[in-house]
Design a binder for this molecule. Structure first.
Ligand code: NAP
Length: 283
């Protein structure tokens, strides 16, 4: 039950109705006996300015931000963190004293899952990333901080990988960055980590983004997609003996970090993980 003292948090994006975020945040609020709720706000591009401009009046204490607003929201905020600046996108907003602060927890969430749960240390490793959009930016900034040997990118739109690589080269002088014209050109055979940062795999009719022959048993294949839980890419990677992960762990940790930013409390990770996994099973 909510009252006038209930703190409201939520997700803005379009569309958002299939999001699993309310499950994990509401489970956390309930576990910690907090008078708070997490809601979904479908906000179209043309409504963003009005919505963000009235957060304090709406009594909203914090938001997650998803497609298509992660970049467009930046000029509407009072300040953004160094990480969000480097990534060029915001996925978390904290509202305090009528001030709007922007953060990006996607990259940190990804790296936390990669190291804490999957035991992968990026230092000195060769990494391939397919896709150079918003999620790829967040992931590659955090991977770059972990000092890999190299990161190679392929995006269907070469101008996006070029732009991202130029940006990363300026900020991470000790990492080698490469651009490929094709998945085949990525040199996956020599890589320890392959990340799918495209939406390919979400739809049943999607092709498998990588040919089976390119995969091997000594690689970790991380698909940012979590619905379905096992994409065609993960299926063929598993059949090659590779270690695999979908994007549910990244979703969990980016949410946990956002929770801590909003509330100042340690996120009950296992409660949030349980709620997410249960939600994912019924997708
Ligand atoms: P995005 O900004 O649209 O970026 C995707 C990029 O992949 C675009 O540059 C796109 O090019 C490119 N692309 C599309 N098809 C391709 C193909 N066949 N080969 C190579 N490149 C291709 O999307 P995003 O926000 O980065 O999200 C990417 C995926 O990550 C989505 O599935 C999203 O749900 C997932 N994600 C997961 C989490 C998590 O917590 N697990 C967090 C964020 C995002 P075009 O624009 O030209 O199509």
């Amino acid at each position: 039950m909510t009252s006038s003292s209930t703190k409201t948090y939520g997700l803005i994006g379009y569309p958002v109705k299939h999001s699993l975020s309310p499950l994990m945040h509401n489970a956390a609020f309930s576990h910690l006996k907090m008078d708070a709720e997490y809601r979904l706000f479908e906000v179209k591009a043309q409504e963003l300015g009005d919505f963000v401009g009235s957060l304090s009046q709406k009594n909203i204490s914090g938001l997650n931000v998803t497609i298509p607003h992660k970049e467009k929201v930046i000029p509407l905020l009072d300040s953004i963190s160094e990480e969000a600046k480097l990534i060029g996108a915001v996925n978390t907003i904290k509202v305090s004293d009528n001030r709007l602060e922007g953060f990006n927890t996607d990259g940190e969430g990804f790296l936390k899952h990669l190291t804490a749960d999957l035991g992968f240390e990026a230092q000195g490793k060769d990494i391939c990333i397919i896709g150079a959009g918003g999620a790829s930016k967040a992931v590659s900034v955090y991977l770059s901080r972990a000092k890999p040997g190299s990161i190679s990118f392929y995006d269907i739109d070469k101008s996006k990988s070029s732009e991202l690589v130029d940006h990363l080269k300026e900020n991470f002088k000790n990492v080698e960055f490469r651009i490929s014209d094709s998945v085949e050109g990525l040199n996956i055979k020599d890589c320890s980590l392959l990340v799918n940062a495209t939406p390919i795999g979400m739809k049943e009719a999607d092709p498998c983004i990588v040919e089976q022959d390119l995969l091997h048993k000594d690689i970790l294949v991380y698909d940012l997609v979590y619905n379905p839980g096992e994409t065609k890419l993960l299926k063929i990677a598993k059949s090659k003996g590779a270690k695999v992960s979908n994007g549910l762990g990244m979703l969990l940790y980016q949410g946990a970090i956002a929770f801590q930013i909003w509330t100042g409390k340690t996120a009950p990770i296992e409660v949030m993980r349980g709620a997410l996994e249960e939600g994912a099973r019924s997708l």
